[in-house]
Design a binder for this molecule. Structure first.
Ligand code: BV8
Ligand code: ZN
Length: 250
């Protein structure tokens, strides 16, 4: 098992001993060891020649809804076939022992399937399907997944007939007010923030570690690679989520 860097173990111990609150912010790297490709990593798939940053936009949906829906159906199928990893399980364990808020940028449900309560899905959820035009939640069954088909015509809204979109926050769209308010509250209240598996490039979520630090928190980055946040945190642990979280929280 990976040894916990003493300064990080001490920061967690000090937080618990002081009755402090831990805020965990996770990104795509949290699900990497479950086989879910990250946004900026490489992956040998049907979609490897597409840029997620270009597909995850309302403009892409307007231009070619069947292409965007085919990408999301592929991602939904990946998540459906994936299992939470040891990092997800470690976060689900201590929630009772350590006052912990879980804020995720991820749109998968792997935290929930590991037993965590997610306090804020700041970029929405793959499974929260709704009408692109009238916003009504999709109340019907999910269309059957067609493997290796890139373009899949989206389902239709039973109320207005427009297309059904994924309930995620696309680039250029506002974050859900309640999720963002919860994330900001957790970041300002916490004594310790663990930032796990995020490149720290997407705002306003990438501003949460600096916000926590401005309010006196100790911020720890858990990531095998350097990121845009690395120079702004108190401690950097070059480890993966499944390597670091079990010894730290187990
Ligand atoms: C908005 C859902 C305004 C879709 C996503 C300043 C302030 C505010 C906005 C902006 C700003 N500057 C620019 C903007 C615009 C934009 C933005 O930030 N652009 C960036 C690219 C510069 N932000 C927005 O558009 C946001 N909206 O601001 O709206 C507004 C206000 C009012 C009214 C109207 C509009 C919306 C942003 C949300 C976009 N949606 N996801 C979907 O998933 O399909 S973001 C998407 O990308 C993901 O959800 C995720 O959040 C992000 C990817 O980031 P990461 O999670 O960090 O993943 P990444 O692949 O980058 O990195 C993975 C990391 O894991 C790496 O560091 C790697 O080393 C590490 N790793 C790998 N393996 C492991 C690991 N770590 C641990 N263990 C491992 N095993
Ligand atoms: Zn509708």
């Amino acid at each position: 098992m990976t040894p916990v860097p003493p300064a990080i173990a001490e920061a967690l111990h000090r937080t618990i001993a002081g009755g402090g609150h831990v805020c965990v912010v996770t990104g795509a790297g949290m699900s990497a060891e479950s086989g879910i490709p990250t946004f900026r990593g490489t992956h040998d798939s049907l979609w490897s020649r597409f840029d997620p940053m270009r597909l995850a936009t309302a403009g892409a949906w307007r231009d070619d809804p069947a292409l965007v829906w085919g990408w999301y159906r592929w991602r939904m199928q990946l998540v459906c076939n994936a299992r939470p990893n040891a990092g997800h399980a470690a976060l689900a364990g201590p929630a009772q022992r350590v006052p912990l808020s879980l804020v995720t940028q991820n749109v998968d449900d792997l935290h929930e399937r590991a037993g965590s309560t997610v306090d804020a899905h700041v970029h929405g959820s793959l499974s929260a399907l709704r009408c692109f035009a009238c916003g009504r939640a999709h109340d019907g069954a999910l269309d059957a997944y067609v493997p290796d088909r890139q373009r899949i015509e989206p389902m239709r809204c039973t109320a207005c007939g427009d297309r059904i979109r994924p309930g995620v926050v696309w680039f250029g769209e506002a974050l859900p007010d309640d999720a963002w308010a919860t994330a900001v509250d957790a970041a300002t209240r916490c004594a310790l923030m663990l930032v796990v598996g995020t490149s720290g490039l997407v705002y306003p979520a990438a501003g949460l570690p600096a916000l926590a630090r401005r309010h006196g928190a100790t911020v720890v980055e858990i990531n095998p690679e350097p990121t845009a946040l690395s120079a702004e945190v108190d401690h950097v642990w070059r480890a993966t989520a499944a390597q670091a979280l079990p010894p730290l929280l187990g």
